[in-house]
Design a protein around this ligand. Structure first.
Ligand SMILES: [Zn+2]
Length: 293
């Protein structure tokens, strides 16, 4: 794909394109710009696939509303409706971007192997924790095999998205710590819990239990530091990449930065400036919320 075509595609993409806000309510322009760069990276062959997902309300077997379509807008939040619309727009733009598109359910979530949580609970939890719609945009048919492997749990999502393996592992370690903390908390406060109760709790705890805020603060700080230091990469950098022990994220940041610059210096500079804005605003917000606790 020539640069001139990439510029055309950039102008075709919806102005607000991000659906995953990491629990942040505001749609910062930085997220949309970086998402656009990520899609252009797929078009240019720099990475295999772009992935976006929107969580939807689940069919609940104990509830008569289980028969309704999860995409029925009357049961969705404005953010979910908006997210679904973004996915549909990307889907319909795919042919003009010369990309292939696939719509699936959520892939399995990966946890680290050695955990204090029984492996059958981890397996059931990783299959069921997320429900919603996912789209994949990719350049070549052979990428479908990789997507299939991710959906079956034979390949980690971060791997097919081209994230550095150290960072993929760090994300999994964080999820595992949340899971272990939630599991321990529930088991210690519910003596005769059945497996079903445990799974139900893990499904609903949304990473909040006494002590979970320590892990949450660590994650928040890593994310902000990633955006500050490596504003062009789509993943969250691990501590090794942030403290310089590993150079994989720095290397990827350089590649993405070069692509942005080739498209236009304004696009490149906007990403840097908008990332600074987000980091500054969220650092202030986090500092204030820890003070008021
Ligand atoms: Zn890393």
């Amino acid at each position: 794909m020539k640069i001139i075509e990439s510029r055309k595609i950039l102008s075709l993409l919806p102005s607000v394109i991000t659906t995953s806000s990491f629990g942040i309510e505001k749609d910062y322009n930085y997220f949309s710009l970086r998402t656009k760069l990520e899609i252009l990276a797929v078009i240019s062959g720099m990475k295999h696939v772009y992935y976006d997902a929107i969580q939807l309300p689940e069919r609940d077997s104990s509830n008569s509303s289980s028969l309704i379509d999860p995409e029925d807008e009357s049961i969705l939040t404005p953010k979910q409706i908006f997210g679904l619309d973004v996915l549909r727009q990307l889907e319909s733009l795919a042919p003009r971007m010369q990309l292939l598109v696939k719509r699936t359910n959520f892939p399995r979530i990966n946890f680290l192997e050695a955990t204090i949580v029984p492996s059958h609970i981890v397996a059931a939890h990783s299959r069921t924790i997320l429900f919603g719609r996912v789209i994949w945009l990719y350049l070549k048919h052979k990428t479908e095999d990789l997507i299939e492997k991710v959906l079956k749990g034979n390949l980690w999502l971060g791997q097919v998205l081209g994230y550095p393996s150290c960072c993929v592992r760090w994300s999994a370690s964080i999820r595992t710590r949340f899971l272990e903390g939630g599991y321990n908390y529930f088991i210690s406060t519910n003596n005769n819990a059945e497996e079903w109760d445990v799974l139900n709790y893990l499904h609903s705890f949304k990473e909040h239990y006494p002590g979970s805020e320590i892990i949450r603060a660590e994650v928040d700080s890593n994310i902000l530091e990633t955006w500050n230091k490596y504003p062009f990469v789509p993943h969250w950098a691990c501590p090794s990449c942030l403290n310089g022990e590993s150079d994989t994220t720095a290397f990827q940041n350089e590649k993405f930065s070069e692509l942005a610059l080739a498209i236009s210096s304004k696009f490149h500079d906007d990403i840097i400036n908008e990332s600074k804005k987000v980091v500054q605003e969220l650092r202030k917000y986090y500092n204030e919320s820890t003070k008021s606790d």
